[in-house]
Design a protein around this ligand. Structure first.
Ligand code: LMR
Length: 336
């Protein structure tokens, strides 16, 4: 009898030890992205990791994989939906192939005259509505992260629309950016971010558009001679998570992660402003590329050439989304 009891106690102890080892297994979030660690997105992903791990006392572990280490941007969407990774922050120009062309709204040239209008959209009801449209695809949107207003680069100076004619330029997988480039007589070529440097270096493409932090951290200045600060369009991210994973989290964990994401989002949006402002000087300091503002006349000519893209893309994006942005802009006194 004594022997039996001893066995029973041992067995119970084993079960308890097993259970507590299981309870201590952290929930792992694989967060994959395609840019460098020292970009606004890269740093905000690290901030989210730090906040999430601290505030859940280690119950959640966030593994950040930058620089397309795990997946290129054409693969990472599939990885998210299959549950191979749990979190991403792709550019909104990359949602079209998922069957969500309304996100290409953000790619319309000159749609956001400034950050105020942009944030009325991303932080307001329209942003929420766009996120709702992700759910049918098994995705939940957690936050909008700014990348910045874009610049155009090539190996010849770009001033007037005619200067773009005949260039081959790399674009993201957005039909709106495709239309924008075609409006300038450019031959657009869709390409993953991780392939751009080499394509510029070998002349597969002549130029590209991007934010200043990306231009800087990818060292595109080594393979491009001119960078025109056109501010012709916006690039930003949606931080997204696999819906099944997210809905399956314990409620307290989900709430803590949600708050950590809100804080990481506020951090990212301030950081991107700073890094875009400092980016000009840092790119100039490399001495490798000519960086210049375009004149108001050149800006007006570019705008005139590109604004018709709004109408042209109405049926793809959905007129109601475009009108909703116009309304937000009008509330701040902006007319197109
Ligand atoms: C690009 O593909 O140019 C960018 O969207 C990369 C990024 O995530 O900023």
């Amino acid at each position: 009898m004594k022997r039996l009891t001893r066995h029973a106690v041992f067995a119970v102890a084993l079960v308890l030890a097993g259970a507590s080892a299981f309870a201590q297994q952290p929930i792992v979030i694989k967060f994959s992205h395609v840019v460098a660690r020292d970009t606004p997105k890269g740093q905000a992903a690290e901030r989210f990791k730090q906040l999430a791990e601290e505030r859940t006392n280690g119950r959640v572990k966030v593994d950040v994989h930058p620089n397309s280490q795990l997946y290129k941007d054409n693969e990472e969407m599939d990885a998210l939906r299959l549950g191979a990774v749990q979190m991403l922050a792709p550019s909104m120009s990359k949602f079209g192939p998922l069957g969500l062309p309304q996100f290409e709204l953000f790619d319309l040239p000159y749609i956001f005259p400034n950050r105020e209008v942009l944030h009325r959209v991303t932080l307001g009801p329209l942003g929420k509505e766009l996120f709702k449209s992700l759910e049918a695809k098994g995705i939940v949107g957690l936050g909008y992260w700014d990348n910045g207003f874009k610049a155009m680069s090539a190996n010849r100076p770009l001033h007037m629309p005619a200067d773009y004619k005949g260039l081959k330029m790399r674009i993201k997988s957005s039909k709106v950016i495709d239309a924008q480039m075609r409006a300038l007589g450019v031959l657009p070529q869709v390409m993953a971010f991780s392939e751009v440097y080499q394509a510029l270096q070998t002349g597969v493409v002549d130029g590209s558009e991007n934010s200043l932090p990306n231009f800087l951290t990818q060292k595109f200045y080594e393979v491009q001679k001119y960078l025109a600060l056109t501010n012709h369009g916006y690039d930003g991210y949606a931080v997204i998570v696999n819906k099944k994973f997210w809905d399956g989290l314990p409620e307290d964990i989900r709430a803590t992660l949600d708050k950590a994401m809100q804080d990481a989002t506020a951090y990212e949006n301030e950081l991107s402003l700073k890094e875009n402002a400092e980016g000009v000087g840092k790119i100039k300091a490399t001495g490798r590329v000519q960086v210049y503002e375009i004149t108001p006349e050149e800006q007006a000519a570019l705008r005139k050439a590109l604004l018709p893209v709004h109408k042209e893309m109405e049926s793809r994006i959905g007129k109601q989304w475009i009108d909703a942005v116009y309304k937000e802009a009008a509330a701040l006194g902006v007319r197109y």
